[in-house]
Write a protein that binds this ligand. Structure first.
Ligand code: ADE
Ligand code: ZN
Length: 352
């Protein structure tokens, strides 16, 4: 099932496109909260907690953000997260992100967090989850943004470690809505986590997984068929497999695509080469997201602005991407319909 694009899209003046991209209500479905830690906040938290960083200052840290692939990024990303120790640190990080997201007209954020990055350093699960959950609650009250948390297993660690993490998190299950799978993709296929995802499904969690970021289409197939996920995170390598493209289109499987991340991690040599417009034209249910905004040069609106400028997409694609994002959330259908009404009103207000 799909939707009709409203006729207002043809009445948006071309020079209004950037304003439209900024103003339209949207959901962000693929961002790692640890990837929202700006260098300034990393240094402030390091000082607050007495953590020694292997970088002299903010400039030296930022200068290290020259990535060649996913692993070269992850090494720095895990080092940055080492400053998070107290519940207040997790709260401050999430509030900073949610304030920026609300300013980008994100009405709903579904946020990944990596508990193993913290519990392996001796931080309690309760500290992580309570800090993040309190921020989600306060952000809703302060800025009207709706947020949900997705606990992600680190796929470079073992299945046993994922089970341990799940069991440690279950006392706090009211605070997260879903389960994800992230970190080093190649060599860590979805099958490795088949049993733990099966248990998460039985427990009633929503399921998503990173697949086809750097890894092959086979990993997307097994995320769908073995893990039985409800969304694919990234999925851009699916284009190499025509049957997979057909399956994704036929099932309207949401793909949470992250253009600036793909550019910075050299998945595509240039943003002009990004396959987002091609996947949209092929009928795939693609969305735009920031992944790790503090590391990749921009929050969600910057992703929209830059990928539209580079590929020449227009108002019709803007509508499709925003609507796809709202309807791919794990919020209720009634809530989604209210957000779609707001989207339609936004397009109406900008039409000539
Ligand atoms: N963790 C944070 N960002 C990630 C990405 N782009 N891919 C896999 N794991 C991640
Ligand atoms: Zn990601």
């Amino acid at each position: 099932m799909t939707y009709a694009v409203p006729s207002t899209v043809s009445r948006i003046p071309a020079d209004c496109l950037p304003a439209l991209l900024r103003a339209m209500p949207k959901a962000e479905l693929h961002m790692h909260i640890e990837g929202s830690l700006e260098p300034e906040l990393i240094f402030a938290l390091a000082q607050r907690n007495g953590v020694q960083l292997p970088y002299a200052d903010v400039e030296a840290l930022r200068a290290a953000y020259a990535f060649t692939d996913l692993q070269s990024f992850l090494d720095i990303y895990y080092a940055g997260a080492s400053v998070l120790l107290q519940e207040q640190d997790f709260y401050d990080m999430a509030m900073a992100y949610l304030q920026r997201a609300a300013a980008d007209h994100v009405v709903r954020a579904e946020i990944f967090f990596d508990p193993q990055t913290h519990t392996e350093r001796g931080v309690a699960m309760e500290t992580v989850i309570h800090g993040l959950a309190r921020a989600c609650k306060d952000a809703q009250a302060q800025w009207g943004i709706s947020a949900g948390l997705i606990l992600s297993f680190l796929r470079h660690l073992s299945e046993e470690a994922a089970f341990d993490t799940l069991h440690a998190a279950l006392p706090y299950r009211e605070h997260f809505i879903g389960i994800g799978l992230d970190s080093s993709e190649v060599g860590n296929p979805p099958e490795k986590f088949a049993r733990v995802f099966e248990q998460c499904k039985a427990l009633g969690f929503h399921l998503v997984a990173h697949a086809g970021e750097e890894g092959p289409p086979a990993y997307v197939w097994s995320a769908l068929n073995v893990l039985q996920v409800q969304r694919i995170d990234h999925g851009v390598q699916s284009e190499k497999d025509w049957d997979l493209m057909q399956r994704l289109a036929d099932t309207r499987m949401p793909l949470t695509v992250c253009p600036l991340s793909n550019q910075k991690l050299c998945v595509f040599p240039d943003l002009r080469d990004h396959n987002l417009p091609r996947m949209l034209a092929a009928g795939l249910n693609v969305t735009v997201n920031s992944d790790d905004p503090a590391y990749f040069g921009g929050y969600v609106n910057e992703n929209y602005l830059q990928v539209f400028a580079a590929t020449g997409m227009g108002a019709e694609q803007a509508y499709q991407l925003a609507r796809n994002s709202l309807e791919a959330t794990f919020a209720s259908p009634e809530q989604q319909a209210l957000w779609v009404q707001q989207l339609d009103a936004c397009f109406e207000s900008m039409a000539a």
